[in-house]
Write a protein that binds this ligand. Structure first.
Ligand code: OOB
Length: 538
């Protein structure tokens, strides 16, 4: 079984007694919908409409074949698929077989995928031929060094032995039984936005995740009539569970898939499929607002737009209801657990000016000042939390866990927030060393390490710079040994194979790295330098 840091017994008992943890595995919703309403549409993907009966059948077929191929409960899988219906078939199948997936983003490349494989040593790889790394078999073979007997299936493969579509097709083999999963065990790994050199993995249990999904579906008012547009990466916690596709499956609604949040194709999908809600990041909302100001006639069916993942300017929030013609919901969440929502019936001012309140009455939220004491409402401090769906430790990372949790199991989120008198949170800043590029998180240290591998780089530091569209972009400050150019560093990073959103948007060469009194890179100074330049440019 995949190890994880459990909740203390007393809290676990409490969460069960209160009916938060109900001992149900994550695939339960699909199984139930397939029994009750098999013909209801679960997923719309291009021209395909997949009903619950089909989602159930395909996932059972795959689960059975994986079992027959020797995969066992507790084995791990590395999955990388674009926004296609097969993503949900695979996820459901792995839950049924008790296999623990890590769903990589489709933008992830060699560095990220290798780091994941090294940590989980997957018995199964599911990838897409359309991804540049999987056009041929070389990289998949390379990943075998972490897991020599890894089985590989490809989406978009012709050879039937390794074709994911083939493994999903046909009747469910005789004698297939869903593996009785232990709901208080790890269901899958969620990815941390990270602030460290290696990406950290978040074990999420069936019990804790299912609770967050059920409550999110209720808070967001999901019903069988819900048509939810998923136009951001499907594996992201927001799109999986806040309420995400799994919330939609819980309610028996329909997920409509889009490749990305570009307004033109999304508006077309909204019109064609009478989409009722969409989950977006702030940068996407800006694009939607611009497009809708020209013509919002496609959006008539839209009732709710969620915005989360990064800071959302109040002035933009105020434009949403009028321009998109729907209710706005702010979402402040994290893959580690805690998710806050403004409620659908909140007064408009609260929706415009806060990022919501926690899902659960048992989310214990603390706002902590510099002296380590809890602050009164209205004062900004570090957000720490524990609760029935906030994890208790990163996978196999004792040192990092020692820094991220206190002795009582509170997780330090790295966000700076203030709490209103009625328990709503406002995100006002961040202490974690991360760049939030339009909702895509970049761990500064990861990129700094990669930059420092270049022989001409003496020192490197990555900091955020403000950006009107994305909120933040990244700037790399470099102290060089030799004469190099920004383009050389870019090529160096591309050659190491990292997701494109992590490439520095700008490179600045400096003579010396500014240091703090204890000799660490002084990122406050670097940010000030960028701000002064902004003023100089203005
Ligand atoms: C979501 O999850 P992650 O894990 O990619 O990122 C979490 C971090 C938060 O700690 C915070 O720094 C930032 O993203 N964030 C926000 C925000 N929502 C997330 N910052 C300001 N305002 C917001 N509304 O991003 C995520 C997970 C579930 C639901 C929604 C977002």
């Amino acid at each position: 079984m995949v190890e994880f840091t459990p909740w203390p017994e007393a809290l676990a008992d409490r969460y069960r007694e209160l009916g938060y943890w109900i001992g149900r595995p994550l695939h339960h919703a699909v199984t139930r919908q397939a029994q009750e309403r098999p013909k209801a549409i679960a997923v719309i993907c291009g021209d395909r409409r997949i009903d619950y009966g089909e989602l159930h059948r395909a996932s059972s077929a795959l689960a059975a074949r994986l079992q027959a191929a020797g995969l066992r409960p507790g084995d791990t899988a590395l999955v990388q698929l674009p926004n296609v219906a097969e993503f949900y078939m695979v996820f459901t199948a792995l839950m049924k077989a008790g296999i623990v997936p890590l769903n990589a983003l489709f933008t992830h490349r060699r560095t990220e995928l290798s780091a994941y494989a090294e940590q989980i040593r997957p018995r199964l790889l599911i990838a897409a031929r359309e991804h540049e790394l999987f056009r041929d078999d070389r990289f998949a073979k390379e990943l075998r060094r972490f897991s020599p007997d890894m089985l590989t299936l490809f989406h978009g493969e012709l050879d039937t032995g390794h074709s994911l579509q083939h493994w999903l097709a046909g009747p469910v083999p005789q004698g297939f039984d869903e593996t009785p999963t232990c709901p208080d065990s790890v269901a899958f790994f969620q990815l941390s936005g990270g602030s460290t050199g290696t990406p950290k993995l978040i074990p999420r249990t069936h019990d804790d995740y299912d609770y967050s999904i059920r409550e999110s579906a209720a808070i967001c008012g999901l019903t069988p009539e819900t048509r939810y547009l998923c136009a951001m990466p499907a594996p992201h916690n927001y799109l999986m569970s806040s309420p995400g596709a799994l919330g939609v499956f819980h309610a028996g609604g329909t997920v409509v898939l889009a490749a990305n949040p570009d307004p033109a194709p999304c508006f077309d999908l909204i019109r064609r499929h009478r989409v009722t809600m969409a989950a977006l990041v702030p940068s996407a909302v800006l694009l939607w607002l611009e497009a809708a100001e020209r013509d919002n006639s496609a959006l008539a069916s839209l009732q709710l737009v969620q915005v989360g993942g990064a800071s959302f300017a109040e002035a933009t929030a105020r434009r949403v209801p009028g321009t998109l013609g729907c209710t706005l919901q702010q979402v402040f969440g994290m893959a580690e657990g805690l998710v806050n929502y403004t409620r659908l019936d909140d007064p408009a001012e609260r929706i415009f000016t806060t990022q919501g309140r926690p899902i659960s009455p048992d989310d214990e939220v603390r706002v902590i000042g510099p002296d380590g004491h809890d602050l009164p409402d209205g004062k900004a401090g570090l957000l720490a939390v524990r609760g029935p769906y906030t994890f208790r430790g990163y996978y196999r990372s004792p040192e990092h866990n020692a820094r991220s949790f206190d002795a009582d199991g509170f997780y330090f989120t790295g966000d700076i927030v203030e709490r209103t008198a009625d328990g709503y949170l406002r995100v006002v800043g961040r202490v974690k060393d991360q760049i939030n590029r339009g909702g895509e998180k970049i761990a500064a240290e990861e990129i700094e390490h990669l930059l420092q591998r270049h022989p001409a780089v003496h020192a490197a530091a990555l900091v955020a710079m403000g950006d009107a569209r994305l909120g933040e972009r990244s700037c790399a400050f470099i102290v060089a040994r030799d004469n190099i150019k920004a383009a050389d560093l870019r090529r160096h990073l591309i050659a190491q194979g990292i997701a494109e959103y992590k490439l520095p948007d700008r490179v600045r060469f400096i003579e010396q790295m500014p240091l703090t009194p204890v000799g660490k890179t002084d990122k406050v100074r670097l940010r000030e330098m960028l701000m002064r330049e902004d003023i100089a440019c203005a």
